[in-house]
Design a protein around this ligand. Structure first.
Ligand SMILES: Nc1nc2c(c(=O)[nH]1)N[C@H]1C(S)=C(S)[C@@H](COP(=O)(O)O)O[C@H]1N2
Ligand SMILES: [Mo]
Length: 196
């Protein structure tokens, strides 16, 4: 087979080289980087939201959605700029429990559910690693956890705690003073309503 390579005509090699160079010259990034920064990829889907069929914003049922069976019909998809444009709250709180405190920031979970068309729902949050946290509606209403996108002024990294993490006011609400970390999922990418 190796001898077969020797039959490739030098002209073919030259043309292939030119084609590769042309391709790499095109690979310099988006034509409009600021448009990309304004939109960016979807970082969170809220499913079961009854959104119009086209509101999935091009999110296809593949990858982790398919692996974890997260149905996207009627899903509302959020990019990071959309989440950052919402009204934000801050919480200074320890994570992991008993560790040092950080200032977490992000929209209220209740506001995101309202924006997605499922106000007052009980929801399951799914994270990249398959971790699931089920949060009853009454807990959300009583304690108003946030979907944190930042901690101490830094965006939560994908691969770290980001893109989104559920954070509760366990240092300021006495009813939560004994709360462990079970309902503090990090690496969240999908939220699904469930019937308790
Ligand atoms: N995505 C994800 N979030 C999670 C967990 C997890 O395994 N995966 N574990 C929870 C628990 S039980 C604890 S104690 C804290 C810290 O878990 P870790 O040590 O696995 O990071 O994160 C919480 N959030
Ligand atoms: Mo834990």
């Amino acid at each position: 087979m190796i001898s077969g390579l020797r039959t490739i005509h030098p002209l073919v090699l030259a043309l292939a080289t030119i084609a590769l160079l042309a391709l790499s010259a095109c690979g310099r990034g988006p034509a409009d980087p600021s448009a990309l920064a304004r939109s960016g990829p979807v970082v969170l889907v809220v499913t079961g939201a009854g959104a119009p069929a086209d509101a999935g914003q091009g999110v296809a049922y593949e990858g982790l959605y398919a692996m974890y069976g997260i149905e996207l019909q009627g899903a509302r998809a959020f990019s990071r700029p959309e989440l950052t444009a919402m009204s934000w709250r801050q919480m200074r709180v320890d994570f992991p429990v008993g560790g040092s405190e950080r200032v977490f920031e992000g929209p209220r979970l209740s506001d995101v559910l309202r924006a997605a068309g499922i106000p007052g729902a009980s929801v399951r949050l799914t994270a990249f690693d398959g971790y699931e946290a089920e949060v009853p509606a009454d807990m959300i209403a009583a304690h108003e956890p946030i979907l944190a996108l930042r901690a101490d002024g830094q965006a939560l990294a994908i691969g770290g705690l980001g893109p989104v993490m559920l954070v509760w006011p366990r240092r300021t609400q006495s009813a939560l003073s004994d709360m462990n970390d079970d309902l503090w999922p990090w690496g969240v990418f999908a939220i699904t309503p469930y019937e308790p």
